[in-house]
Design a protein around this ligand. Structure first.
Ligand code: FAD
Ligand code: SF4
Length: 398
């Protein structure tokens, strides 16, 4: 007796460089580099917005639109600020993501971890892998701040016969993954997400570094931090900070990928556990536990962490409203004014969860305008209801 092959096995992955089904909105998530392209119309985050269905599938319910914290941060059962007592050298923050992945593997919860290393020639060029040793997980630490085809290894998962898998990824990757997770032949999938915003192609990253840093070629790490500054770390260990308000907005307006300009999944709403920073005080990471699977992962490292409850301080609304036309018109302040504004807003501006809401509001209003102007026919279906509620608080230009 022969068993029928699943239909995707006969599909053909696209060759590198070929135009993807989402065309210019493609985030190069890697899905179409595999035979799962068979499901792309339903699975692609930019072709089919399906948060309510996938939230219900992943967490047992949709986010509660009457609860402010759920509108902003998605379905969750717990949130906290945390940092590793002994940070991992060279991690993006303190290495909570890598530590969880290592425990998942060494304690036998999973057989492999989908994560992204870099190529030998370029520290920022992503190289997705299925890691099966702690060393391979550690080699994937630190952000590759570029679009990354993490899902390109999915075919290998099914072919390897692995039954228990951890995937680390950003929102667009996780949306497509969730749509096909029951086709991968797995008994258990764990999803560890990070928030993500304003990602860029490798060429876009170069432009960002060249317009913003004093020494673009020696940058090993950067982050937009809660103190309203971009922090760059250089090869020689030195740090450089540039206030957000001093960014050359007029030159950088086109640098972000169109996929990221039309994304409303900043907080990775479909991951089981999310590790970022923006809802935590300066220097701390922010953890959102969405469901019991997320709690199971977090429990593995709790004894390695210092934690504190999340806090919220300030009122972001006025700052967001003022930033909308400023960004739209590409206003760039002289550096002295930008530094002054940065100092003032750091002292009196939003902190903790209110900083996270500030960042979400600023990006969602910008992205809503982008979709409305460039893809008006997609606006109604592509923007999820939680994002419409957030954007609805502000007065937008046409
Ligand atoms: P580490 O232990 O250093 O591990 C980092 C993990 O990230 C690795 O496992 C690696 O596989 C994975 N990774 C690296 N690059 C990519 C990529 N391009 N795509 C998918 N996975 C990747 N947090 C916020 O709170 N606000 C933000 O605005 C924000 N923006 C981000 C933008 C990008 C492009 C990325 C990748 C992350 C962003 N984060 C953001 C998350 C944050 O920067 C940290 O990644 C997170 O706090 C984990 O830090 P860590 O030290 O625990 O991670
Ligand atoms: Fe395919 Fe991913 Fe691009 Fe959508 S975003 S077209 S699923 S590669």
């Amino acid at each position: 007796m022969t068993t029928a092959q699943p239909p995707h096995r006969k599909a053909k992955a696209l060759r590198p460089g070929a135009i993807r089904p989402a065309k210019e909105l493609c985030s190069e998530c890697g899905f179409c580099d595999t035979y799962y392209i068979h499901y792309v119309k339903e699975a692609c985050a930019f072709l089919n917005q399906q948060f309510p269905a996938l939230e219900t599938q992943s967490h047992g319910r949709q986010r509660d639109l009457e609860q402010d914290n759920e509108v902003y941060f998605g379905v969750h059962q717990d949130m906290m600020a945390a940092r590793k007592q002994q940070p991992i050298e060279g991690a993006q923050w303190t290495g909570i993501v890598s530590s969880i992945a290592i425990e998942m593997l060494t304690q036998g919860k999973v057989e492999g971890v989908v994560c992204v290393q870099n190529t030998e020639a370029d520290r920022f060029q992503p190289q997705p892998v299925i890691a099966t040793t702690p060393e391979e997980i550690l080699a994937a630490r630190v952000n590759k701040p570029t679009l990354s085809p993490n899902l390109s290894v999915l075919e290998q998962v099914e072919q390897s016969g692995m039954k228990r898998l951890l995937v680390i990824g950003v929102g667009c990757q996780i949306q497509a993954l969730r749509a096909v997770q029951d086709k991968l032949g797995l008994e258990k999938l764990y999803v560890l997400g990070t928030p993500c915003v304003d990602n860029v192609s490798r060429a876009g990253l170069q432009k960002f570094l060249e317009t913003t840093s004093r020494s673009p070629d020696t940058v090993v790490h950067y982050e937009f931090m809660q103190d309203f500054r971009v922090h760059f770390k250089h090869e020689d260990g030195s740090t450089e900070t540039v206030p957000f308000f001093g960014l050359k907005t007029n030159q950088l307006k086109d640098v972000f990928a169109p996929s990221c300009m039309s994304c409303f999944d900043y907080v990775n709403g479909l991951a089981d556990l999310v590790v970022g920073y923006m809802g935590a005080p300066f220097g701390w990471q922010w953890i959102v536990v969405r469901n019991p699977t997320g709690q199971e992962m977090l429990d593995l490292v709790m004894d390695q962490l210092d934690t504190q409850p999340v806090m919220s301080q300030g009122d972001r609304h006025q700052a967001v409203q003022q930033s909308i036309p400023a960004y739209d018109q590409g206003v760039t302040l002289p550096m002295w004014a930008a530094k002054l504004m940065g100092m003032v807003i750091e002292r009196i501006g939003p902190k903790g969860l209110e900083y996270a809401r500030f960042s979400i509001d600023s990006h969602f209003t910008r992205n809503y305008l982008y979709v409305k102007r460039n893809y008006p026919e997609k606006l109604a279906a592509h923007v999820p209801d939680f994002a419409k509620k957030i954007v609805g608080q502000y007065k937008l230009p046409d």
